[in-house]
Design a protein around this ligand. Structure first.
Ligand SMILES: [Zn+2]
Length: 429
């Protein structure tokens, strides 16, 4: 039978794959086709990437604009953490839709089904299947079709660390063997989790990276056994984004208040929403007259890298919908940290009392290294050991899987990457 297995090694930068740091991934590279210019979406954040991987669409179409967003609720803008377990259910209640495009889980519901195991935030896990078409296993709660809770004892009781990833991976391998779903997703929490806590390239980071690499090998070996048993498996191993080192933290809300664009820290007139090394700026409809001055202000800020207004959001796969007015990628450069790992960025001060992460890893913007995840694919249509130079993107994953399964991939932004179907003239925003 045909099926697809996706492994996401959260936060792993393409340039940190080496024989020394990740020997198992290097071994797999010899069995797979490697996409040398694979990129992610903007903001380069896990929840947004999860939704883009699941739908094959950029945020402009699936509607999850950030890891945190503002929603217009009862006429006022309210800051919301999209990582919250209830976020997409809340978004459906407020806007009428959880995600605005069908997910892989929905598309394969009657064709073998989907099983997702995720050890990142609950909001990112549930973005794979917010409307309950398949199975999603997460430590905050596991759901089957109809978003019914799984039976007692079937829950995923793991910690967000390498040990938890290990337990989840072992369980995943067993389930994929036994249930053989059309789509199986394993989304590990490491090395992203440790990269937010320590300096990139430090001993602690490298130790966890080695464990994540070993977890990939468990899946690669299991897929070899499935193939030996006669299954036609497409195996995709990649990451969702990379990381940059945080070299400074800017309180963008405070900047907007000081410049007179926002009334107070709690006001819903203009709301700056940190997405790590980027910030989304929402304007309540009655504030739209401020737009030209706000644009000039943002362009004058030393902390701002690329400033994308309503006319430019499409160039990064976003749209001026739901009160989103500006997306700003914080200033980034190629400077190396103390461990020689290049790529530094300013970060937007996070809300909800979350820590600043100075000197540690962060992501969300358009910096070179956070925009450099990796992807390796093995199976029909991909040449073992080959390296493909043309651009590819996380939105290509869903159509590639649907093509493998013999299902239509209509209404997606991406394209199938199998050699026979590959349309290299296609342009991304
Ligand atoms: Zn991530």
């Amino acid at each position: 039978m045909r099926h697809a297995v996706i492994v996401t090694v959260d936060g792993l930068r393409r340039d940190m794959i080496s024989r020394e740091l990740t020997p198992h991934l290097c071994r797999f590279a010899g069995e797979a086709e490697r996409l040398a210019n694979y990129r992610t979406v903007f903001p380069s954040c896990t929840r947004v990437v999860s939704a883009s991987l699941a739908t094959g669409c950029f945020p402009a179409r699936h509607g999850l604009q950030g890891n945190s967003v503002a929603l217009l609720e009862d006429g006022d803008l309210v800051l919301r953490d999209a990582g919250h377990p209830d976020f997409l259910q809340h978004k459906r209640r407020v806007t009428g839709r959880s995600l605005a495009m069908p997910t892989l889980a929905e598309r394969v519901r009657d064709h073998g089904g989907a099983i997702i195991f995720s050890n990142v935030s609950p909001g990112a896990a549930y973005a794979h299947d917010p409307d309950g078409h398949g199975h999603v296993y997460h430590r905050a709660g596991s759901f089957g079709p109809g978003r019914q809770r799984v039976a007692d004892g079937d829950d995923l009781d793991v910690t967000l660390d390498a040990a938890g990833d290990r337990r989840m991976t072992e369980r995943f391998v067993g389930e994929v063997f036994e249930r053989r779903p059309a789509v199986a997703v394993l989304w590990m929490g490491e090395p992203d989790h440790i990269q937010h806590e320590v300096a990139l390239g430090s001993l602690e980071h490298r130790a966890v990276l080695a464990q994540a690499d070993a977890h990939v090998a468990l899946v690669v070996d299991a897929v070899s056994r499935l193939r030996a048993a006669g299954d036609d498996v497409l195996l995709l191993v990649g990451s969702d984004h990379g990381h940059q080192t945080v070299e400074g933290v800017i309180d963008v809300d405070a900047e907007l208040i000081a410049a007179g664009f926002k009334a107070s820290t709690t006001s819903g007139d203009v709301v700056a929403v940190s997405n790590g090394t980027s910030v989304l700026i929402y304007m309540r409809p009655d504030q739209s007259a401020k737009l030209p001055d706000l644009r000039s202000f943002l362009q004058s800020c030393e902390w701002a890298g690329e400033v994308l207004g309503p006319d430019k959001l499409a160039s990064v796969g976003q749209a001026p919908d739901a009160c989103l007015a500006f997306a700003v990628s914080m200033r980034a450069n190629d400077a190396a940290n103390a461990f020689g790992i290049p790529g530094s960025s300013l970060a937007a001060k996070p809300a909800f009392g979350k820590p600043d992460r100075m000197g540690c890893g962060q992501h969300g913007g358009l910096g070179r290294y956070e925009q450099s995840p990796f992807m390796m694919i093995s199976g029909p249509g991909f040449a073992a050991g080959a390296v493909r130079e043309e651009p590819a993107c996380v939105v290509d994953v869903a159509p590639t899987i649907l093509a493998h399964l013999g299902l239509p991939w209509d209404e997606v932004d991406g394209r199938p990457l199998q050699s026979r179907l590959n349309d290299t003239s296609r342009r991304y925003p």
